[in-house]
Design a protein around this ligand. Sequence first.
Ligand SMILES: NC(=O)c1ccc[n+]([C@@H]2O[C@H](COP(=O)([O-])OP(=O)(O)OC[C@H]3O[C@@H](n4cnc5c(N)ncnc54)[C@H](O)[C@@H]3O)[C@@H](O)[C@H]2O)c1
Ligand SMILES: N[C@@H](CC=O)C(=O)O
Length: 498
Amino acid sequence: MTTLSTTLAKRLEDPRLFRQYAYVNGKWTHGEGGREEAVYDPATNEAIGHIPLLEAEQITAAVDAAEAAFVQWRALRADERCERLLAWYDLIQANREDLATIMTLEQGKPLPDARGEVQYGASFVRWFAEEGKRTYGETIPSHIPNASLGTIKEPVGIAAMITPWNFPLAMITRKAAAALAAGCPVIVKPANETPFSALALAELAERAGIPAGIFNVVLGDPAEVSKILCAESRIRALSFTGSTRVGRLLIEKSANTVKRLSLELGGNAPFIVGPDMDPKEAAFAAIDAKFQTAGQDCLAANRILVHESIHDEFVEHFSERMAALTVGNGLHSEIDLGPLIHRQAVEKAAAIVDDAISKGAKMVGGDQSQAPGENFFMPVMLTGVTAQMKVWREENFAPVAGITAYSTDDEVIEMANDTEYGLAAYIYTHDIRRIWKLMRALEYGMVSVNSVKMTGPPVPFGGVKQSGLGREGGATGIDEYLETKYYCLGALGSVSGS
Ligand SMILES: NC(=O)c1ccc[n+]([C@@H]2O[C@H](COP(=O)([O-])OP(=O)(O)OC[C@H]3O[C@@H](n4cnc5c(N)ncnc54)[C@H](O)[C@@H]3O)[C@@H](O)[C@H]2O)c1
Ligand SMILES: N[C@@H](CC=O)C(=O)O
């Protein structure tokens, strides 16, 4: 019988990239308890494969393997680790088409977007391969007679990573490449909805010469696995990307082992349009900022705040452009929006729209009878949204755009900051004084002015408030995996005053 997993394997130039096992200590591993879970194509609801759910002892075995492998990995010179990471980068690039196919099948995003994510994910590997060579310590002018003082940077130890389904590859490489370059072994727990991208990365890491035990992918019940990872004192850093709800749980669970925590959590981005903007240009930019990955993006423009003087024109252009968006299976050509990840996400989106309408918002679009399958949600524009509505308060993670008018800069600052989240904000205006005022007043970790695109390897990506702790990427991303060791070399004789 032909199953979708055989169909999938046949679609790939290199079928060995499609693995249905965990990857621990350089070995493809079954679950010892016989538990497994199906993974579905969200566009069709067909199972594309199965993954094992590992037992507690198998997760601990991954930690044992990482601990043993750490000794040699940290002992390599930075340029030697750089070479392995560059080999990984080359393999990811060379297998871009297969990786994109796997991603579209498990995540649903349109194939061109999946190719873009592979490229984006690979770019972090190259960036951190190089950054690993620049983990400088410092020399400190001594206040102690005859002593020399300074710092050196050392790998923090085993780093665990728990990652989401919306960016199944790049959210792994942005963490793992930094940790590996710093000299740390890595244990990744990907989202159960999208494990196959992570497993393909493991296959390529092995081919790149990253030794057994240094890059592990564990699979299992999320609460069970993370409980073990958080409680394990040998794991010194935990990096999580996902919802604020789960982020809070991980903080609690890690308290006893006092780990280094990096948290990239939810967002509720405001998209502010000033009165001087061309309403059409701003509306088109807002469409891009809202509907990429079908709205399932932590940077998605959730609350679109438009100056009252151009609001009606903006809304007209927005709805026209929204009506032209195509919704369908991401493997087909000319698709703008793929499915949501599963049926619950569709139900959540519908509940957010109903809540807004019951509180007075007006809806354009969103004829769900046109949806090409049960996990699809036709894009919706809601106008007249208020702070009492869920669409304002919650990260909707769906193609639902909430729009509202404002009259003054002070008012829009208050509106934009009226959320527990603080990941990213967008400002569209050409008035430099307004740009400066808004940029300084917005309580967000990242502010993008007149540009939808804001991310990439050189960028210190991260949020404030309840959107997270720490930064990924950029010149500081590797610090999440490094400890500073201060040294005092005393009794040196002649160095006083240096
Ligand atoms: N800030 C960022 O960089 C960023 C990037 C991507 C996604 N996100 C956020 O991620 C969320 C969407 O992703 P999601 O639905 O996969 O998030 P999620 O929090 O439900 O899941 C993220 C990861 O946590 C695991 N998990 C789920 N329940 C758990 C539990 N009880 N204990 C331990 N682990 C558990 C999941 O299996 C997955 O691996 C959104 O809030 C989005 O904003 C943030
Ligand atoms: N789009 C983000 C991921 C958030 O979901 C990124 O670029 O890292």
